[in-house]
Ligand binder design. Sequence first.
Ligand SMILES: [Zn+2]
Length: 141
Amino acid sequence: MKGIEHKIIGVIIFILFYYFKLFPEIINNFLSNYFNLAIGFIICIIFSGGRINSKSLINFGLSPDNDFHKKQKRSIIFHSALFPALAIILIPNAFIYLISFFYSLHILVDLLNPLSFEGKRHTYFLIFISVILFFVMIYTY
Ligand SMILES: [Zn+2]
């Protein structure tokens, strides 16, 4: 899946989750003023898709697809929710929660679309577990 498609899904989730207050409480509180809302929106666009080495602004991003590997050789470390989970344990603030949320959302979207996911079956399972654990964590931690 292309970075731009990931971003579009990210923006839709952002709007829905903001409107219906479905984010974890720490993020809901953070987004309660317009300045933070703008910051949250920018985080959503940058982290839900795109690559750092992209020359066009629209495809630029700090998403999990930045491991620079071919699809089949994706680094399971980067293309899983391992780092987001560690980040919110080490630095539990709303900013980190937002970044981790959209970074992990990217991976979740990849999992839902097996055509864009070229990993082996056990890799898929490990990544699936990491994403589930991450989302359970942010809604209970
Ligand atoms: Zn991806």
